[in-house]
Design a protein around this ligand. Structure first.
Ligand code: SPD
Length: 283
């Protein structure tokens, strides 16, 4: 019998991936975490039956969630990641030489445990800049007393423990926890999945009310519902498309130590171009 991982996101429409075997499956106090060995995408992690990452396409999500904000910030030193337990976002953030400390606050230790064992190339776990905390990210943000330069929301979909990450009071708490030139980025779902439109609208209207600058940007992630994925960028001042920011992006990118697989200065500019139907969701 051939085994598949099936995820439906619009009624009976969805994704099928060929599976060789199930490597990890655990019902934690928060959610069901699973890792599959697939036929073509490497190992694949799901939470509550939704793809979080595969070894083959994770670079798109993690580079785009991290570098758009970090390259736009004038001097990112202290970074907070809410969620991100597979380690991919922290790995990208720590590639920036200006970054001195990364606090990653993951509610579910099983995500980190499964990732270390079955997605070993994703996290840079021994990097001395990284500080992993197993706590509720929503509470953590409310209690910040030493502000961060960049906050990245790398949560799951807006059901279960990640629901609160799409609320306006959480976006306000992030604002309060950011330093003067602070930048926030967050994952904000697929424009093709109408069930998530209310959450997307809620986030973007909160960001517009609270932050000096807020914008949506897009990337193509093959294993996420319908492939088109949205992110939010918000800041206390830096406009990701201003001439000043674009020159900084260009200069810092040219001196960047690592060769990236998705993000570059052209992608930085282009990812903020929104098709009309996507604009309509948040306008
Ligand atoms: N439906 C996909 C939503 C994925 C959001 N987070 C992924 C975590 C990867 N670090």
């Amino acid at each position: 019998m051939s085994l598949t991982y099936d995820e439906f996101y619009n009624g009976r429409t969805g994704l099928t991936v060929g599976v060789n075997k199930i490597l990890f499956s655990e019902e934690t106090p928060y959610q069901k975490v699973e890792v599959y060995e697939t036929d073509t995408w490497g190992n694949l992690m799901t939470i509550d039956g939704m793809v979080m990452l595969s070894e083959r396409d994770e670079f798109v999500y993690h580079e785009m969630l991290s570098h758009v904000g970090l390259f736009a910030h004038p001097d990112p030193r202290r970074v907070l990641i809410i969620g991100g337990g597979d380690g991919g976002t922290a790995r990208e953030v720590m590639r920036h030489s200006s970054v001195q400390q990364v606090d990653m606050v993951e509610i579910d230790e099983a995500v980190v445990r499964a990732s270390k064992e079955f997605l070993p190339e994703v996290g840079d776990w021994n990097n001395p800049k990284l500080n992993v905390l197993f706590e509720d990210g929503i509470q953590f943000v409310k209690d910040i007393d030493d502000p961060y330069d960049v906050i990245i929301i790398d949560g799951s979909d807006p059901v279960g423990p990640a629901e609160g990450l799409f609320e306006s009071n959480f976006m306000q708490a992030c604002y309060d926890g950011l330093s003067e030139n602070g930048v926030l980025t967050a994952q904000t779902e697929s424009p093709w999945v109408s069930d998530y439109h209310p959450s997307m609208k809620k986030v973007f209207s909160a960001l517009e009310d609270i932050y000096e600058v807020s914008k949506m940007y897009l990337a193509y992630i093959p294993l996420y519902p319908a492939g088109m994925w949205s992110f939010s960028f918000a800041s206390k001042g830096a406009d990701p498309l201003s001439n000043e920011t674009l020159s900084r992006v260009e200069e810092r990118f040219n001196n960047f130590d690592t060769e990236l697989k998705y993000y570059n200065p052209e992608v930085h500019r282009g990812c903020f171009a929104l098709p009309n139907f996507v604009r309509d969701i948040i306008d």
